[in-house]
Each structure stands twice: as structure tokens, then as C-alpha cells.
Ligand binder design. Structure first.
Ligand SMILES: [Zn+2]
Length: 428
């Protein structure tokens, strides 16, 4: 028991020491954030109460106007980039020029809850929790991002900072063409030393994201000679489209399954005398008789990988498999544009170390990276390769995002804001 007491005392002593590790400026940031937390909660409630499902273009624009006014008040130059060219509302871009190194901050205005969803309003559950569409994913993160900048302004530090904020209007359902839809984000990343995404991640305040797998979808179209089934395997008629599709899918599994961070899943397959699959509606049709060799088959699936190299290698292996056709069959493999991966880099790791240090110095404990296999694709991935240091999932924490019980842990609002503000101050 005595030994336990010593350990507890040791931990307390450590806490006192780290708390004094903050500079006077950093303590002032934390004090501002505590003093203005009620305002931050009120802004969050307003933002959540505006429906901004990705396809509710006017709603997304309205959330954009709400945040735009806040950035205007902070002295940012703001711009709304219209999204007609990619079939979505558009993006809010706010820039603040200063002599410090450039930092890119990323949010999104849209949610998965469209106008016809029954889940529409912010609802306080108790002093520490609130439910609402987008309360963690990611209007909470947007408010944290903004509130951190307000705190920096209050201590006179924002003035010399070089910050670009991009809040996209279509993170949950990205417009196409994808390259066009993310043009503004990629442009904003140019020259940035660091990029910070304020997504909610896995909801755990002890976690951040420094690597995300990318994802793309693929389609294999197979054609084969057709005729009476009694002549299948013959030199003239060969194996037919269904055997060839089966060979391809099985070879994908045999040759590629089990590689760390690489997954690929055939989600649908159709085949027969006639077969078609509509990728837009995810529906297919097929017809054929037991005594006729299949003339056509279509398989669609996804492919997820951690690095560009892993994508390139996997795609090449898939192409080789597809090209090794059975007799009297032919197959074609195509990939869509896809989401790029956020590959782990030494720079991303450095930024996480800084964030972790800021958290410890604030007395909030360690922050660790989550496995990239558990982190889906997100907007930060589009700036990978353009920015040397990237971290994501430093926004509002909670649970059940993308569901009608999406709940924010409101205690994380000031915690995450302080962590972000201290990190930004140390990055300047
Ligand atoms: Zn999100």
C-alpha cells in the first residue's frame, strides 16, 4: 500500500511539473478557451441545427455563411468557391497571411443526414453530452478549429500567423470529377508546412490519425465465346465468361490476400448469356441457360491500400491476372479515380509528437496514432504528398457518428481546442 502511495504521489508531482511546462502565453490561451466555452457550444448548436446533408446544397451554403462570418470577424480573407462544376454546394476558403510558416486547417460543412432524415436537431442529453447530426462529424471539429484561432487572436498571436482554412462542402459524398472537387483543397495546400484535419476519427480523445488507407473501386468485364454447353472446354468454345470471372476473382485472393494494409473485396458479380451491372445504382441484371456457355460477366469491387506504391503494385498484379485469360475469353479491368492514401511519413509522426507533447503539457495525457486499417478515407488524404506534416482526427470526440445517435462528449470541446491552439502556437 505504501508503495502505491509513492507512485500516486509521483504521478501528481509529474502533473504539477507538466502544468508549469506551459508558457504564460499558452496558459492565456487555455484561460480564454475556458472563458469562452459557452459561446463555442452555442455556435455548435446553431451549426448543427442547419441541415447540411451533402445534397442539400442550400443548407451546406448556409453553414458556410455561418462560419464565413466568424472568419471575417477574425480578419481572414474569405471566399466561397461554387461547386456547380462537381455537382455539390462548394467550399469555404479562409486565408490569413502572416510571416510564420503556412499551416492548412481542414474541416467540412456537410453531413450524411439529408433533408429527409428524421435526425435534424441538436439535443442536449446532460451537462456533458449532446446528440445531433454532424455534432462530432464534423461541425464540432469546425468549431474547435475556429475557437483555437479566436484564442490565438485574443493573445495577439494570430496577427503574424499564416493560416489557410478549407471547409469542404462535400466530404461525405464527394462530387465528381473528384480531381475538380478537390482542386481548391490541393491548391490551398501549396507551400504549407503542416496540415491539420479536425475530423472526429474513432471518437477517442487519446487518438489521432497520421495514416489513412486510400480506396478505389474496380470493375472487371469479361466476354467469352458462347454456344452449346456440351462443348465447354473445347478448343473452339473455351471456358466461357463465368469460369473466367471466377478464375480472376480467385487469383486476386490467392495472390494478394494477406498483405498488410491491403484489402480488396468483390462486392457484386453477374454473369450469363447477357449480363450488366450499373455502378451508379449498384444494381445488376443477368440471364442465361444451364445449357449455354456464358458470354458475359461483370465483377465490381473495391481496393484499399496504405501507400501509392502499394496501390501501384496491387493494380499491376491485378492487371497481370486479368490478362492471363482462359481459352476463348477476354477480360478488361478498370479503376475509378479513387481516394488517395495518407501514407505514414516521418513528418506526420513529428507533428503527432508535437501534438502529444502539447496535450501532456496541458495535463491531458498522451495522444497516440490509430491503426490506418481503422481509419477511412478523408479530405486530408488529398493533401498527402503536398504537405510534409499531416495529422487528422483532432476534432470533437464522441460516438456513433453517421447514425441517428451521433453524440458528442462536450467535455472534449475545450480539451481539443486547447490542444489545437497550443500546437498552432508552437508551429508558428
Ligand atoms: Zn467527417
Amino acid at each position: 500500500m505504501k508503495l502505491t502511495g509513492v507512485i500516486v504521489l509521483g504521478a501528481l508531482a509529474l502533473q504539477v511539473q507538466t502544468a508549469t511546462g506551459l508558457t504564460a502565453q499558452e496558459k492565456a490561451l487555455a484561460a480564454y478557451i475556458d472563458a469562452h466555452n459557452t459561446e463555442a457550444e452555442a455556435l455548435l448548436e446553431r451549426a448543427v441545427n442547419i441541415n447540411s446533408g451533402s445534397m442539400n446544397l442550400e443548407g451546406v451554403r448556409e453553414v458556410g455563411r455561418l462560419f464565413r462570418a466568424e472568419f471575417d470577424a477574425l480578419g481572414f480573407k474569405t471566399e466561397w468557391i461554387d461547386g456547380a462544376a462537381w455537382g455539390r454546394a462548394g467550399h469555404l476558403v479562409a486565408t490569413h497571411e502572416g510571416p510564420s510558416q503556412k499551416v492548412l486547417l481542414i474541416g467540412h460543412l456537410d453531413t450524411v443526414f439529408e433533408r429527409d432524415s428524421p435526425f435534424q436537431k441538436f439535443e442536449r442529453i446532460d451537462a456533458e453530452h449532446a446528440r445531433g447530426p454532424g455534432v462530432t462529424d464534423m461541425k464540432g471539429g469546425d468549431v474547435i478549429l475556429l475557437q483555437a484561432l479566436k484564442a490565438l487572436k485574443s493573445i495577439g498571436e494570430l496577427d503574424r500567423m499564416n493560416i489557410t482554412v478549407v471547409m469542404t462542402g462535400d466530404e461525405e459524398s464527394t462530387g465528381r470529377p473528384l480531381a475538380r472537387a478537390r482542386d481548391a483543397l490541393v491548391n490551398a495546400a501549396k507551400g504549407a508546412a503542416a496540415a491539420i484535419g479536425f475530423e472526429n476519427g474513432d471518437g477517442d480523445p487519446a487518438h489521432a490519425v497520421v495514416a489513412r488507407r486510400g480506396t478505389t473501386s474496380w470493375r472487371v468485364e469479361v466476354t467469352g465465346a458462347t454456344g452449346h454447353s456440351s462443348q465447354v472446354f473445347s478448343k473452339e468454345l473455351g471456358f466461357g465468361a463465368v469460369y473466367e470471372a471466377a478464375r480472376i476473382v480467385n487469383a486476386f485472393r490467392e495472390q494478394l490476400a494477406g498483405e498488410p494494409h491491403l484489402t480488396f473485396n468483390p462486392g457484386a458479380i453477374v454473369g450469363g448469356t447477357a449480363a450488366d451491372f450499373d455502378g451508379a445504382t449498384s444494381r445488376g441484371t443477368a440471364s442465361g441457360k444451364t445449357n449455354v456457355i456464358a458470354a458475359k460477366a461483370v465483377v465490381t469491387g473495391d481496393l484499399r491500400a496504405l501507400t501509392v506504391e502499394q496501390f501501384t503494385k496491387a493494380k499491376a498484379a491485378m492487371a497481370r491476372i486479368v490478362a492471363a485469360s482462359l481459352a476463348q475469353t477476354k477480360a478488361e479491368l478498370t479503376f475509378d479515380e479513387g481516394y488517395p492514401p495518407l501514407a505514414p511519413t516521418a513528418g506526420n509522426e513529428r507533428l503527432l509528437v508535437m501534438y502529444d507533447k502539447a496535450s501532456r503539457d496541458l495535463g491531458f495525457g498522451a495522444v497516440q496514432a490509430v491503426s490506418p486499417d481503422r481509419a477511412g478515407a478523408a479530405d486530408v488524404s488529398f493533401v498527402a504528398g503536398h504537405v510534409p506534416m499531416i495529422i487528422d482526427a483532432v476534432g470533437m470526440k464522441g460516438r456513433d457518428d453517421h447514425s441517428p445517435s451521433e453524440t458528442a462528449d462536450l467535455r472534449t470541446l475545450p480539451v481539443q481546442t486547447k490542444r489545437a491552439a497550443v500546437l498552432l502556437l508552437r508551429l508558428r
